[in-house]
Design a protein around this ligand. Structure first.
Ligand code: GTP
Ligand code: MG
Length: 549
């Protein structure tokens, strides 16, 4: 069976699905989400300000919140209170004040434990001593709740996707939106990530007053999930020299060599391990391509990776943030594909020879470029103004249009999320990974510059492949799973005209396949269908078998 024939049948199937499609209840008329677009810098700045006005207090139980509220109110007006519980029954209260000065006063007046074994450290992580009298032990009063925004029992642990009610929704698109809603990083999760960064930044303030610790990666790129790791970077000081000042700090010259970065990582590792509260299981990974310190922040219940001077990664996060906010379909599609990959064990929390969430995200974005739902990066580069110019200390050009609301125009593609999900699997199921490299910069494929099982051009460092880590075996597994996913969706949609996302996450069941093929054959006999799913599967399977032998 030749390739044109297979392609024609794929097109027929697609047309068939479009015609057969049920009415989708969600906002299919939304072309563009750019009306409400918030600039990345503004988003980061607001979250950093929030964290500067916040402290995290461990309390013995929910009943202490009222007592804590009245105690903390002495230091300034409280804006928000969030309560959450971590495994092991520890209760925490994130308290945000209206003003940063309240936090400074509160920290000045807080005390340390009088114990020669405990090092006195100033940090936004505290615990609340129970009152001698129990009279204050009560839940927050209704009056108090009226004055502030009070949110109790915040979700800190990713829910089990089997229990979020996906099966209750008929439409696959609705299921994808529900999956996003239930698993995406929530407000408290984002706040705690910025507070975690601020803990390290504050601890270095005395010696590096201008340095910042910024979250990057999925914590801020709009693709973060509850419980995903926190990627942090200690950024070099941004110095704006004051020419009028005649007193200048003495300083030491340090190189920005790899050896220096490795030494900095060792020092940061010591700081975290020896002095900073809540930081445990510290591991210095100084031999990695990007040296990092790994640790757990126990008060927040997440794993953290701290790097130094990785400005490009911060710009990469902004680029992904822009795409994630470009159209309402981007994030649910990325979340569903990442969840699919995790559930069928294509991805793994530990880095290795398998595809990463980062590569998967880029693949989805590339597919959406093919659908003309998001622009290619060249378009963003061409539209950049002077204020968008960013050249990193390592000389990497990260210039692209930041304020994409300026690109506001209707996206003609009105495909629904379920069409796009199937489209993603079909597109890559028949993609020639052997000769093609994926370039999001041009929004199209280019010839592979060198052999690699999967080649995705790094959007900001175009001479690098972001998926160099993937082995041929893992790539083969990925390709087979793409075909399986397309097959599972096609057969179910043709057969029952409905689809449960959980079926996709279960992976491929050979016995079920045979049964479905039989049912479809039977149906096709009684209708004039253009496509046979079995043919489609057998065709790709035959090609697969030929390739393997
Ligand atoms: P999750 O943590 O899985 O939710 O996604 P993530 O995007 O945060 O991935 P990860 O923590 O692995 O990496 C954090 C960031 O580092 C990514 O968002 C990228 O910006 C960058 N990164 C990760 N892997 C690579 C890679 O292979 N090459 C390059 N250049 N950057 C990478
Ligand atoms: Mg991450």
């Amino acid at each position: 069976m030749n390739k044109t024939c297979s392609l024609r049948r794929l097109c027929n199937l697609h047309e068939y699905l479009i015609k057969q499609h049920r009415v989708i209840r969600y906002k299919s008329n939304t072309c563009n989400d750019l009306n409400s677009f918030v600039l990345y810098d503004k988003f980061i700045c607001e979250r950093r300000s929030q964290s500067k006005c916040s402290v995290l207090v461990q309390v013995s139980s929910e009943n202490s919140i009222s007592d804590l509220y009245s105690y903390c109110s002495k230091f300034g007006s409280i804006k928000n209170i969030f309560h959450y519980q971590l495994a092991g029954s520890n209760h925490f209260v994130l308290t945000e004040f209206e003003d940063q000065s309240a936090v400074n006063t509160l920290l000045d007046q807080s005390t340390h434990v009088k114990d020669s074994n405990v090092i006195a450290v100033r940090s936004p992580f505290l615990w609340f001593r129970s009152s001698a009298s129990k009279k204050n032990s009560k839940l927050l009063s209704t009056d108090d709740k009226l004055n502030i925004s009070f949110q109790t029992n915040q979700t800190m642990i990713e829910p089990n996707i089997k229990n979020i009610g996906l099966e209750k929704l008929d439409s696959l698109s609705d299921q994808m939106l529900l999956l996003l809603k239930c698993t995406q990083l929530n407000d408290i999760g984002t706040r705690l990530r910025f507070l975690t960064a601020m803990q390290i930044e504050n601890s270095l303030k005395g010696i590096f007053p201008l340095s910042k610790v910024l979250p990057f990666g999925s914590s801020v790129n709009s693709f973060g999930k509850i419980g995903s790791d926190i990627d942090l970077v200690l950024m070099d000081s941004e110095i704006k020299e004051n020419k009028t000042s005649r007193l200048i700090y003495h300083g030491k010259c340090v190189s920005n060599s790899r050896t220096q970065i490795q030494r900095n990582i060792e020092i940061l590792g010591d700081l975290l391990q020896l002095f900073l509260p809540g930081c445990s299981r510290v591991k210095r990974i100084s031999q990695a391509r990007v040296p990092i310190v790994k640790y757990s922040q126990d008060f927040v219940g997440v794993e953290c990776d701290l790097a130094v001077s990785n400005e490009t990664a911060v710009n990469m996060s902004e680029l992904l943030y822009i795409f994630g906010n470009f159209d309402y379909r981007v994030r649910p599609l990325v979340f569903t594909v990442k969840m699919w990959a995790r559930e069928i064990n294509l991805t793994n929390d530990t880095p290795g020879r398998w595809i990463t969430n980062f590569s998967l995200t880029l693949l989805v974005l590339f597919y959406l470029q093919q659908e003309k739902i998001i622009p290619d990066i060249q378009t963003l580069v061409k539209q950049a103004s002077n204020s968008d110019v960013r050249i990193t200390n390592e000389g990497i050009n990260c210039t692209f249009l930041r304020d994409v609301s300026k690109l506001h125009k209707d996206v003609e593609n009105k495909k629904t999320l379920d069409q796009l999900l199937l489209g993603f699997f079909e597109y890559f199921a028949t993609f020639d990974f052997n000769t093609n490299a994926i370039s999001l910069n041009f929004g199209k494929t280019i010839n592979k510059p060198e052999y690699s099982a999967l080649y995705i051009v790094n959007p900001l460092e175009v001479h690098f492949n972001v998926s160099k880590n993937i082995s041929s075996e893992e790539m083969e597994r990925f390709r087979i799973e793409l075909r399986n996913a397309a097959w599972i969706m096609e057969s179910s949609l043709l057969n029952t005209n409905s689809f449960n996302l959980l079926d996709l996450f279960k992976g491929f069941d050979v016995n079920k396949k045979n049964q479905i093929v039989f049912e479809i054959q039977h149906q096709i006999k009684n209708s004039n269908r253009l496509v046979t799913v079995k043919d489609l599967f057998d065709d790709s399977q035959t090609q697969e078998d030929k390739r393997l032998t």
